[in-house]
Design a protein around this ligand. Structure first.
Ligand code: NAD
Length: 309
């Protein structure tokens, strides 16, 4: 496993990390024992960064993760979770709610501190409130020793500049913006680097678009993006390859990204992903797939409030 420094946090994080949303049954139903086994496999294979949220499975993912982490030495993993999002349409970035949220997460996760606490999908709220109220509340939690580092997450890339232009934070988590069909996160790299921010890339498989089984029903991508990704997946199959492998290898090759989160509740996917990571990328197939995806390259979908897109 290769490790990179997560910006100014100084934390040494595995280049491929564990995304815990599937533990909440976000993609399909998951047995708890299988979820626990997946977390243990991830840790045994050298992943040391785990990303979760009270939103995933409406607290279920945090509870299953808490079970998995019971008895595991605290210094073996870097734990990240979030505040502010509690349902598909339920957001509350108030100081009171996020402060309570940290205590609830600590309880569910069974730990006495969280390493990285992030405001979850801030484009759905008021960025002003996040800057003036939420982040100061998280700093207060940091002074109390409950959290170590502070970050924000969301889909539109504009939100990161809006926050970082005004206030200091430690990490950003971007998703679906550094994968085969969308590399726009890279255009923000010089700015993020200048701010010495830790860069976490999520959804290298574009939340299932770049897999053989395809995206879940709730996936927000419009039909045109889905169709081109399905075509690219079929092309890989015809070549005897798996698009998930190519997608993962592609995302992991970018050194400006400190860690890439991959979500799964299947131990065999963890093993497969790490195996793939250590194999050379098929450059010919990569060029063919990027050509198929060209008509939708860097296209995305709106998320949250209009003014934040
Ligand atoms: P992803 O792109 O990692 O895709 C997950 C899907 O791919 C799942 O269905 C999984 O079973 C499948 N998969 C994983 N490995 C595979 C393999 N080897 N072969 C075939 N299929 C495979 O999307 P994701 O789970 O949404 O993103 C990763 C993590 O990033 C999440 O778990 C979450 O922790 C985090 N995340 C955060 C935000 C946010 O904060 N706003 C948004 C998206 C993701």
């Amino acid at each position: 496993m290769e490790y990179r420094t997560l910006g100014k946090t100084g934390l040494s994080v595995s280049v491929i990390s564990y995304g815990a949303s599937p533990l909440g049954g976000v993609f399909h139903n998951v047995r708890e024992t299988q979820g626990v086994e997946t977390v243990h496999t991830a840790l045994e294979m050298g992943m040391n960064y785990i990303d979760c949220s009270p939103y995933y499975g409406l607290t279920k993912a945090e509870s299953v993760l808490g079970m998995a982490l019971k008895g595991v030495e605290r210094n073996r993993y870097i734990l990240a979770t979030k505040v502010g999002r509690y349902g598909d349409d339920e957001f509350d970035f108030s100081a009171e709610r996020v402060t309570r949220s940290i205590d609830e997460s600590l309880e569910r996760l069974g730990v006495d501190h969280i390493d990285v606490i992030q405001c979850h999908d801030i484009e759905f709220g008021s960025i002003r409130q996040v800057i003036d109220e939420t982040i100061p509340a998280l700093r207060w939690a940091r002074e109390q020793g409950k959290v170590r580092f502070i970050g924000v997450t969301g889909l539109p890339l504009t939100i990161f500049r809006k926050v970082l232009d005004e206030i200091e934070i430690d990490t950003v988590l971007s998703y679906c913006h550094y994968c085969l069909n969308d590399v726009t996160l890279d255009s923000l790299s010089p700015y993020l680097n200048e701010k010495r921010v830790g860069v976490i890339n999520a959804s290298a498989l574009s939340m299932g678009l770049l897999t053989n089984s395809g995206p879940p029903d709730w996936h927000p991508a419009p039909a045109l993006i889905r169709d081109h990704c399905a075509k690219a997946a079929a092309h890989c199959r015809e070549r005897g390859a798996d698009i998930a492998k190519l997608a993962l290898q592609f995302a992991l090759a970018n050194p400006r990204i400190h860690t890439t989160l991959v979500g799964t509740a299947r131990p065999e996917n963890i093993r497969k992903n790490i195996e793939w990571m250590n194999e050379p990328i098929d450059e010919t197939l990569l060029a063919e797939v990027r050509d198929i995806l060209k008509p939708i390259q860097d296209q995305t979908w709106p998320s949250g409030r209009t003014e934040n897109n």
